[in-house]
Design a protein around this ligand. Sequence first.
Ligand SMILES: Nc1ncnc2c1ncn2[C@@H]1O[C@H](COP(=O)(O)OP(=O)(O)O)[C@@H](O)[C@H]1O
Ligand SMILES: [Mg+2]
Length: 242
Amino acid sequence: MSYIQAENLIKQYGAGEAAVTAVGGMSFRIKMGEFVAVMGESGSGKSTLLTMMGALNTPTSGEYSVDGLGVYELGQDQRADFRREFLGFVFQSFHLVTYLTVLENVMLPLVTVKTNGRTKRAMAEDALSRVGLDGKAHRLPGQISGGEQERVAIARAIVNEPPILLADEPSGNLDTKTSREVMDLLRSLNEDGMTIVMVTHSPECAGYARRLLRISDGLLVEDIPINGSAINLECWSTGVMD
Ligand SMILES: Nc1ncnc2c1ncn2[C@@H]1O[C@H](COP(=O)(O)OP(=O)(O)O)[C@@H](O)[C@H]1O
Ligand SMILES: [Mg+2]
């Protein structure tokens, strides 16, 4: 069984008196195939954690490995290869390129992949079909709804068929119905075997996951299983979630 493993992961931004400790020493292990929700107040370090997990943000100290591979011990090129092979990332804002079509946006991560154009196109079409957007491939991002844009961002993250998907507030700006559709999509990707780590401010969205990591002030303060239903709101009585 392989794992995502963090050992005393620390991230400080800046130096000296201006230094901010965004993640103050986190250790955890996530099994491949898990669906994990991460919750915590605004500024508690969720995005920092996710970008470190995504091989995008070098920790100040600590160990981070995926499947036994020390991600930050790799050189830049190898780390980029690792990212391409293992990780899909859905950012807090969708980061779609406005002047590229939906299909072209989804094909972006394939730019550096050594296969022919026809294969890449088929991969992107397949990813769009998995997120239920077959008919919208030739629209521009501005010509589809917010929920559809989110699904394009997810299609782009899974076009390489990565084993791990990291999603930072994937339903942050969506209405309830659309956000449920996005959660159903993530759940079905997880059921097909994808490991998912999702930051969310919504207890209902967290209820789609099977495990909850709650962080506060850069520390892991709770690590509990979730049994499928929306989690108890009383757990969240302290502070505003983000
Ligand atoms: N690039 C950065 N430079 C300096 N400080 C940062 C940077 N990114 C985040 N921070 C700070 O680190 C802390 C955690 O931020 P973040 O990880 O974005 O939290 P969250 O996603 O939970 O809102 C905050 O105090 C934030 O201001
Ligand atoms: Mg954030």
